[in-house]
Design a binder for this molecule. Structure first.
Ligand SMILES: *[C@@H]1O[C@H](CO)[C@@H](O)[C@H](O)[C@H]1NC(C)=O
Ligand SMILES: *[C@@H]1O[C@H](CO)[C@@H](O)[C@H](O)[C@H]1NC(C)=O
Ligand SMILES: *[C@@H]1O[C@H](CO)[C@@H](O)[C@H](O)[C@H]1NC(C)=O
Ligand SMILES: *[C@@H]1O[C@H](CO)[C@@H](O)[C@H](O)[C@H]1NC(C)=O
Length: 184
């Protein structure tokens, strides 16, 4: 059975106007109390795609400050998941995204990890080839020990070898607490 051609038009028009009129109800009064069947999601429930979050606050070496504030990073990086500290950060909802409540809030669970451009492969090659000059430690920012290594010509060769092992086992890391750059 075929539907009459003009009836299809009528149906499309009715659906169109129904859509337009129901859309106007989507703009709710945000200062009104939250009702669970409202189309607006509470801002804190928005996924990360709609948020702009700050970096965790740097509290290196100050565990008391971290305990007082209940956020921030007193230690950066780590080789294993359990070693990595977590911190809350400030997140702001992107403009033009509608949501219910405060648009700026604290969000938990951000890892205390940063990257400042240190590559493991490069550093390891420096350590292997120029370790007797302390080049590896200079690159990582351990300037004090690097000078010592340079003046002793890599601890007469012993320190040279020890640092290669330390690097390979993850016990010699960038001085600023950053992680190795990934995917190299
Ligand atoms: C929004 O809701 C508040 C509290 O219910 C009310 O005082 C205010 O007039 C409303 N604003 C608009 C634009 O409807
Ligand atoms: C650690 O943080 C506390 C409080 O923020 C501050 O008073 C103290 O000076 C800090 N200590 C160091 C060593 O930075
Ligand atoms: C959030 O921002 C406030 C005000 O700028 C600041 O005092 C606070 O330390 C920030 N909190 C976090 C977790 O970054
Ligand atoms: C929104 O943020 C302000 C300032 O941080 C705070 O005073 C207020 O209580 C917050 N409102 C809600 C509903 O969390």
């Amino acid at each position: 059975m075929e539907l009459d051609f003009r009836w299809e038009f009528v149906i499309v028009f009715v659906m169109y106007f129904y859509g337009v009129s129901s859309q106007s109800q989507c703009h709710l009064n945000i200062s009104a109390p939250y009702v669970s069947h409202s189309p607006l999601v509470p801002c804190e429930f928005l996924p990360m795609d709609f948020l702009e979050c700050s970096d965790p606050i740097d509290l290196r070496g100050n565990d008391t400050a971290r305990e007082e504030l209940k956020y921030g990073c007193s230690r950066w990086g780590g080789n294993r998941y359990e070693e990595v500290q977590m911190s809350a950060v400030n997140c702001t909802v992107l403009p033009n995204i509608e949501c219910y409540g405060n648009r700026t809030f604290q969000k938990e669970g951000f890892p205390c990890i940063k990257y400042t451009g240190h590559y493991f492969t490069t550093t390891f090659l420096y350590s292997l080839l120029l370790g007797f000059l302390g080049m590896d430690r200079f690159c990582l920012g351990h300037t004090g020990t690097a000078v010592g290594k340079l003046l002793t010509v890599g601890g007469v060769g012993i320190w040279w070898v020890v640092d290669i092992i330390l690097l390979a086992t993850g016990n010699l890391m960038p001085e600023d607490g950053s992680n190795w750059m990934p995917y190299v």
